[in-house]
Design a protein around this ligand. Structure first.
Ligand code: CO
Length: 500
């Protein structure tokens, strides 16, 4: 009997209860009608599109990190109380090369291809950039695109999920990495995003992409010595804010180290977090605010308060250890001290460069969403996943009233929900057939409408080895319906609902 690292061979590795959501799903299926329990609201018509990693091995080798897995799109179509489901891999360059060569062929977030010496030298000059668009789904440039953190969004058909090809932007804006979380202004429909261009002098570029356009208009650029890893950024109705967490990279190191992408970043808490604020219209750099060192993947929302200060809410961590816990080996094993995010509110002093930070709610939240009509505006509700049982990753759905910090939750033992997407109930028609005016009617009616709708979340039922689409009343988090897929779906990242 051989003993390897203190464990006896043949004994089963400890396994987290949600680990069934971290296995490869090779099947692509089309199910016309899923069994439904409860009642789907009759007004709920459209498609929930979800994105996430779904293949974690190629040939003999596995990807290292949860963020590396090959992208799969899932579509839940809702109509007349019925729910259909289909799924397809994104036929990205990463996917096609993996299929053709039978091995990992492009550099991902936490995994590099295995190069020989010659391959490594060549890769230094021309690294094979991944287009494995596994993070989000965005309506972009006359269509729908799957996105990751390289600026190579991949268009797909929202009905068939067929891959249509990389989005070709009609401009000369250059960047090495970007965010899969652009913001859409609820009034104009324009998208706002940023690029980091790694070079001898690296730069952040902020840009606007008008609805339906493929031409990105540069709003501002800023030179940066050590670019920060920023999975998302903040937008108010007036500003764009890059929160430079002190997880930073020397771009030369990125090219020459031979280490996977994220392993080149260094945690330098002494820098604090630098909030770079830009005017959304003029591009003017309003200034740099310095706050405590923290790390976050996700901003929740941001707005300008009555005193003209930028206020931003985020799901933050004291340090970036969360990235290490999301390596597949650790995540599948389950860790009792898995970091929990803190729900913070950050306010930038409008008269100086100071930063106030306070805990907005005792309730932790991840994969946060808001009513999309409130993006960049004062708002009241955030919904997201949460951790309730230590070490159980995301095992609850929560709603936080950000004006009071009060929270409510949905929890079922053995169930592991993904990001909840808010879908507003359509405005009631009046007798005249007109939608009621937003500024008329009873005082506070606009405020009350913010949580009037449903939440859609794909939930892993670990005991049954199935997944279901969960429909919750967004106001009360009471269950309205669930539609079950007959097998487990890999845990996903982000998605969007498109009405029909
Ligand atoms: Co994200």
């Amino acid at each position: 009997m051989t003993v390897v690292s203190g464990r006896t061979e043949g004994l089963q590795e400890p396994r987290a209860p949600y680990a069934g959501g971290l296995e490869s799903l090779d099947r692509e299926v089309e199910l016309a009608s899923l069994p439904v329990e409860g009642r789907i609201p009759s007004w709920l018509r459209g498609t929930l599109l979800r994105n996430g990693p779904a293949r974690f091995e190629v040939g003999e080798r596995g990807y290292n990190h949860w963020f590396d897995g090959l992208a799969m799109l899932h579509a839940f179509s809702l109509s007349g109380g019925e729910v259909g489901y289909r799924n397809r891999f994104v036929r990205s360059g990463s996917y096609r090369e993996a299929e053709a060569k039978g091995r990992i062929s492009r550099a991902e977030f936490g995994t590099d291809p295995c190069f020989g010496l010659f391959g490594r030298v060549m890769a230094t000059f021309r690294p094979p950039v991944t287009d494995n668009a596994n993070i989000n789904v965005v309506r972009l440039a006359e269509g729908f695109a799957a996105m990751t953190e390289t600026p190579l969004p991949i268009r797909f058909d929202p009905r068939t999920l067929e891959t249509l090809g990389v989005v070709n932007y009609d401009d000369a804006l250059k960047g090495t990495i970007t965010t899969a979380h652009p913001h859409r202004d609820p009034e104009t429909g324009d998208l706002y995003s940023y690029l980091t261009d790694f070079s001898l002098t690296s730069r952040y570029h902020l840009y606007r992409l008008a609805a339906g356009s493929r031409r990105r208009e540069r709003i501002a650029s800023m030179e940066v010595q050590r670019p920060a890893y920023m999975h998302s950024f903040a937008m108010t109705a007036r500003d764009l804010v890059l929160a430079e967490f002190p997880l930073v990279v020397n771009p030369v190191r990125l090219l020459t180290s031979g280490e996977p992408f994220i392993r080149n970043y260094r945690w330098e808490p002494g820098r604090g977090t630098r909030f770079q604020v830009f005017d959304r219209v003029s591009g003017e750099h309003r200034g740099t605010w310095r706050g405590p060192a923290l790390f976050a993947f996700h901003h929740i929302n941001a707005f300008v308060d009555e005193e003209g200060a930028v206020v931003m809410d985020l799901a933050g961590y004291d340090d970036p250890r969360i990235i290490d816990f999301l390596y597949l080996e650790s995540l599948r094993r389950g860790e009792p001290d898995f970091p929990r995010p803190t729900t913070w509110r950050i306010r930038l002093d409008p008269g100086g460069d100071g930063v106030e930070r306070r805990v907005l709610s005792e309730q932790n939240i991840e994969l946060p969403r808001v009513n999309e009509s409130r993006v960049g505006r004062p708002y009241r509700y955030a919904w997201g996943t949460a951790n309730r049982v230590r070490g159980h990753f995301t095992d609850a759905l929560v709603k936080i009233d950000v004006t009071t910090g009060e929270a409510s939750s949905w929890y079922r033992e053995g169930c592991f929900p993904g990001e909840p997407v808010f879908v507003p109930r359509p405005q009631e028609k009046t007798a005249q057939g007109e939608a009621p005016a937003m500024d008329g009617g009873a005082a506070g009616s606009q405020q009350d409408a913010e949580d009037d709708g449903v939440l859609l979340s794909v939930v892993l039922d670990a005991r049954a080895s199935t997944s279901f689409l969960l429909v919750l009343d967004a106001a009360t988090l009471s269950e309205e319906a669930r539609a079950t897929v007959p097998h487990a779906l890999p845990l996903g990242f982000h998605g969007a609902f498109y009405g029909s």
